[in-house]
Every structure is written in C-alpha cells, then in structure tokens.
Design a protein around this ligand. Structure first.
Ligand code: ADP
Ligand code: MG
Length: 353
C-alpha cells in the first residue's frame, strides 16, 4: 500500500536583506521536492513571509513563486495587517515537516526555529542554538575559539563604545596593536557583505566602525588576510557529512556585495584545485565548525586558505546557505554525487530522524 506523502511546509521570503535570494532558493527547493520520485513522496505547502514579516498562505505564496519576485503591496489582501508575525496562515496539522528557506536575520537566526520548536514539528536544519550562534559573528567566533579552531585574530566591540572618546581610543589602540592594517570591520549580524568594509588606515577604520554600527550594535574587527576563499557543504545530524570543497574566485579586492551579486564578477570552482590533504583538512574543519556551534541538518562552512603559508582559517558558518540553482550548497553536493532531488529528500529525512 503506498504511504501518504509527507507534507512539507516550505517557508520563504522573510523580513531580511536576503528576501530576493530566498525566493530563488525556494523555487529551487520546491522544484526539487516535486522532481522524479519525490513527487510521490512529498506534498509541498508553500508559506510566504513578506518584507514586513507578515505570513501569507499558499495562494499568495504560489503567486510569488510564479512571479519570482515579491508582490506589490496593492496585490495583497487589503487592508494590510500590521507588520510582523500574527499567526500561522495554515493549520500546523497540515504540515509534517517545516522547511525554512530563509536567509539572514528573522529566519536563519533561530527565531523561526524557536517557533517550529514550540509548534512541536520537525524542521530542516539547525535548532535555535546553532542557528543563533551561527548568525552572530561574535558568538560564532567565541564558540570556534572555545573549540580550538583556527581563526584570524579579531577584536569584538559594542557600538556604544564608539560614543565614548576614551573607550574608543583604547579600542583603536588595541585593534592597531593586535590586528594592524588592513583589517575588516563587520556588523555581527548581517550577511551578503552588507555593512562590511576593509580599512587600510585609521580614518578608514573609524569610518568603517561608524558604517558597521548603522547595521548592528555588536561589531567585530578582524585582521585582513590575503587568501583563497574555500567553501564546504555539510549535511546530516547523527553523522555529519562534508562535501567536496569549492572555491570562489573574483575580480575584486575582496568579496563585497557588488561582486557577490553582479553577474560575471565571480566564478565558482568545484572542486577547488587543491592538494588532497588540504581538501581533507578543510572538510575536517567544516565538520568541527558545525559541532562547535551545534549546527546540523545543513550548513555551509567558509574558510580562508593561504597557499604560501599553508594556513587555513575558519571564516564563517551559514546555517541556511543560499539554495538557488547557482548556489554553492547544492552545487557542492551535486559534485559529491548527491543530485538536487536526492539532497532535498535527505534533508527532510534528517529532520524526521
Ligand atoms: N579577515 C578577512 N581577511 C580578508 N578578507 C576578508 C576577511 N573577512 C572578510 N573578508 C572578505 O569579506 C567577505 C565577506 O565577509 P564575511 O565575514 O564572509 O561576511 P558575510 O557574512 O556578509 O558573507 C569575505 O568573503 C572576504 O572576501
Ligand atoms: Mg561570507
């Protein structure tokens, strides 16, 4: 007797700067959940979160997927409810597994994971802890440091300290002594390189701190390194598995917002041209990074590799990495022998374990 299909609640969009990418990721995930054998095993129930954080039911979600872009406010039911989450637009009992396809704040950071946990339903990806720690660069670095993982030297600070000349001077002195120039200034909670700048001297450092402080009250400054940028995909829970290692190469000084999102500015190399022993080291670090922040289900771990010194530094973990057809995460698994339909089926399977 055929078993009834598993109903997957795919939540996408979100009140985040990465809203548009999330729509593209959701299209890829949903198509894969309907491809080949998957169509007999899964039934997709899409739920859309608009940029103001309102949750919309299937009918509106399907319209967004079809248009491949956010709806105009006028096309939504009027009067528009207040911004933010009010209640689930569908019955929780209609869903067997939730699949958040959300990037950045309000989705990748543990908030939605907390809601799913309270609703008592399995969901794809990390829980509250791994999502929250993975999102906040300061918390993430502290967890990596506690696990003894290699990172570039950094200084964490509160934006409020910039309003006290004495405290600010002390911090600048510490950054210059411990990190030097160039250094990278980042808001702790963002993504897509938003709010990040490279400082080559004190004036740029001060300007960079002001800019980063516009995005977050928690900031981090890191020693700038000149290194190749490698990425490794992870999946599984009881047993975490690492994909082949990929590389991002780009025609720019660093991988800033424009380079990330302008066609033709960056290339992905899969697998990265690396000695086997370096790939193995990156894979081992990727798995350790997941364990350090308690991430599981899926994650992409990014590292810097200095081929002159042989040093590998952990840069960051993304607990809900980009999932468009052009994204590293699905491409790394494809190159590792796990095609997209099998990948999404495995992610759901892991969530139900
Ligand atoms: N310490 C560093 N040294 C050299 N380049 C860096 C450093 N930190 C960040 N970068 C550059 O900035 C990019 C974005 O930084 P990252 O911390 O990955 O932010 P995001 O979470 O927005 O992707 C990196 O891909 C890299 O090109
Ligand atoms: Mg990054």
């Amino acid at each position: 007797m055929p078993s009834s299909p598993v109903r997957i609640g795919v939540v996408f969009g979100g009140a985040s700067g990465e809203h548009a990418v999330s729509i593209r990721s959701a299209i890829t995930v949903i198509n894969a959940l309907k491809e080949g054998d998957n169509q007999d095993h899964f039934e997709v129930v899409p739920v859309y979160i608009d940029q103001a954080g309102r949750w919309w039911p299937e009918r509106i979600a399907n319209g967004v997927l079809k248009q491949r872009q956010p709806p105009a406010d006028e096309s939504l039911p009027q009067p528009l409810p207040p911004a933010g989450f009010r209640s689930l637009p569908i019955d929780n009992d209609r869903v067997d597994v939730w699949f958040p396809v959300l990037h950045g704040p309000n989705g990748e950071d543990g908030t939605v994971q907390g809601l799913f946990t309270l609703m008592g339903k399995p969901f794809v990806g990390s829980g509250v802890l791994g999502s929250a720690v993975g999102m906040d660069k300061l918390a993430m670095k502290a967890a990596f440091a506690a696990a003894g993982l290699p990172q570039v030297p950094y200084v964490g600070l509160n934006a409020a300290d910039l309003n006290h000349p004495e405290r600010q001077n002390k911090l600048i002195a510490r950054i210059e002594a411990e990190l030097g120039y160039p250094c990278f200034v980042k808001p702790a909670n963002m993504g897509s390189s938003v709010g990040i700048s490279k400082a080559r001297h004190r004036d740029q450092l001060l300007a960079g701190l002001q800019e980063a402080a516009r995005h977050d009250s928690r900031l981090v400054v890191e020693r700038g390194v000149s290194a190749r940028e490698l990425e490794c995909a992870v999946r599984g829970r009881q047993q975490l598995k690492a994909s082949v290692v990929g590389e991002i190469s780009f025609d720019a000084d660093w991988y800033d917002y424009d380079t990330k999102y302008t066609d033709g500015c960056s290339q992905t190399l899969i697998p990265a041209p690396l000695p086997a022993q370096v790939s193995a080291q990156v894979q081992a670090i990727a798995l350790q990074a997941c364990t350090a922040v308690h991430a599981y289900g899926l994650a992409r771990v990014d590292v810097f590799y200095d081929e002159n010194s042989g040093d590998i530094w952990l840069n960051e973990i993304n607990t809900l990495p980009g999932f468009t057809s052009q994204s590293m995460y699905p491409m790394l698994w494809d190159a590792s022998g796990v095609a997209l339909p099998e990948l999404v089926a495995q992610l759901v399977h892991t969530a139900r374990e």
